[in-house]
Design a binder for this molecule. Structure first.
Ligand code: SF4
Length: 354
């Protein structure tokens, strides 16, 4: 298929000029702000990100501020956004930028890609938006738009299909002196017009050339392998509360799900394990008696797994003191606990068990 690339790029940029949303990170080309916004936007909707972005930039206005902040403060600012490894990598990378580049975000692609949490998409977004480099930023949304436009008849998860998409976008972005606007326009088209389930083709600047639309089946693209079934695990967590209303939080391990965050004492079972028995054993040194029935149940869905968490009220008849608690456990009032960095399902579970 022969496309008129200058015309396609021109139509996309004209459409973007008239239709883009006014978002806080679009008022700056500061690489730090662009980088933070792009990391937050991974797997997360724009309307969710906006208040987080504004609070985060107010709390950590520069790479130096982020690098020297306590990790707990960074995790607290991220609380509820999920995928906490993003926040940890962001801070780790900020430390490396301060140590190696005196706090200046590098404009060299290899240097950017060597930083924790920065992959080709984020690197190209920062390079194009902040440094004017002509490099397409290709994430799932952009791949969807391009694969529909090309009616790409290959599994989009395969390297060959991804190379086809990239070379098409590279040819398009080469037509403009504003690669920053091109990449933002592609993101905007994917987010606001070429929706996953119902693309609004009549509103699209590429409607007359889009092969998926012309075939009458844009939703058939991108072609993907069937989704893997999520692993379901049973879990139990306990609100161990003393007569003064204080209860225990424990710090999650440094690796794995919710690493370094704080939760009610929690046991997640593998097959053939009983999470309530595991929790009873965990709490036995506190003379805490497990009730036979859970008081709350919560379902939390991760990318590849689901946890079904039973919440137990476990009152103890003596004041809890820090001396009797294992390392990494604390006993707190509700107000104190809510100031700790907690995984998203924990605050509602705590409230349900009070
Ligand atoms: S014409 Fe429709 S399917 Fe094609 S890119 Fe535009 S919105 Fe997506």
């Amino acid at each position: 298929m022969n496309y008129n690339f200058p015309q396609l790029t021109g139509r996309l940029l004209a459409w973007y000029g008239e239709n883009h949303r006014d978002l806080p990170w679009r008022h700056t080309r500061d690489p730090y702000a662009v980088w933070v916004s792009e990391i937050m936007l991974q797997q997360t909707q724009v309307k969710t990100v906006v208040p987080y972005y504004e609070r985060f930039m107010a709390a950590f206005p520069s790479v130096h501020d982020l690098a020297r902040a306590p990790q707990e403060k960074v995790l607290k600012a991220w609380e509820g956004l999920g995928y906490y490894s993003r926040a940890k990598n962001l801070q780790k990378a900020a430390g490396e930028i301060c140590a190696q580049y005196r706090g200046q975000i590098p404009s060299d692609p290899d240097a950017l890609l060597a930083l924790p949490g920065i992959g080709p998409y984020t690197a190209n977004a920062v390079l194009s938006i902040s440094f004017g480099v002509s490099a397409p930023a290709v994430d799932g949304n952009v791949r969807r738009v391009a694969s529909r436009f090309l009616a790409l008849n290959e599994d989009i998860t395969k390297a060959g299909a991804q190379r086809t998409v990239e070379s098409h976008l590279t040819a398009l972005i080469a037509q403009t002196a504003r690669p920053d606007l091109f990449n933002q326009a592609m993101m905007e088209l994917g987010a606001t017009v070429c929706h996953p389930d119902s693309p609004s083709c009549p509103r699209c600047p590429w409607q007359t050339d889009c092969q998926g639309h012309l075939l009458g089946c844009p939703q058939a693209f991108p072609i993907k392998p069937p989704p893997k079934k999520k692993r379901v695990q049973q879990a139990a967590c306990g609100m161990v509360q003393d007569p003064e209303g204080r209860f225990i939080l424990s710090r999650r391990p440094v690796q794995g799900i919710w690493a370094n965050l704080w939760s009610l004492p929690l046991c997640v079972a593998d097959e053939n394990q009983n999470p309530a028995h595991m929790l009873a054993q965990l709490l036995a040194p506190l003379s805490a008696v497990m009730p036979s029935e859970a008081s709350a149940r919560l379902r939390h869905v991760f990318t590849h797994r689901v946890w079904l968490i039973d919440g137990y009220r476990i009152p103890v008849d003596h004041p809890l003191s820090h001396q009797e608690l294992p390392a990494g456990w604390v006993c707190l009032s509700l107000e104190e606990a809510l100031a700790y960095p907690l995984p998203a399902p924990m605050p509602p579970l705590i409230q349900a068990l009070l």
